[in-house]
Ligand binder design. Structure first.
Ligand SMILES: [Zn+2]
Length: 74
C-alpha cells in the first residue's frame, strides 16, 4: 500500500498502486487533458496527453466523479 494525495480533494489516503483508480492529469493545467477550465471538453492534444501523468483519486471523489463526470471514463 502507498500513501498519496487525492488529486481532487487533496486528502491523503492509502491505496494499492496496482488497483487504485487514477485520472490522467496535465501538469500545465492541473486538469485532465481535453478538459477546459469551464468543465467542458475539447480535443486533447497529443502533447498534453504525453506530459500528463496518472494521479490517484480517493474512493469518495471517485464515486462523485462517476456520478457527475462520466467523461472521466473511470
Ligand atoms: Zn478525494
Amino acid at each position: 500500500m502507498e500513501t498519496g494525495r487525492c488529486f481532487s480533494c487533496k486528502r491523503e489516503f492509502t491505496f494499492d498502486p496496482a488497483e487504485a483508480p487514477t485520472v490522467l492529469v496535465d501538469p500545465e493545467t492541473g486538469r485532465p487533458p481535453g478538459l477546459t477550465g469551464l468543465g467542458t471538453l475539447r480535443p486533447a492534444t497529443p502533447e498534453a496527453v504525453a506530459r500528463s501523468s496518472d494521479q490517484p483519486v480517493c474512493p469518495d471523489c471517485l464515486d462523485r466523479a462517476k456520478r457527475l463526470q462520466p467523461w472521466l471514463n473511470l
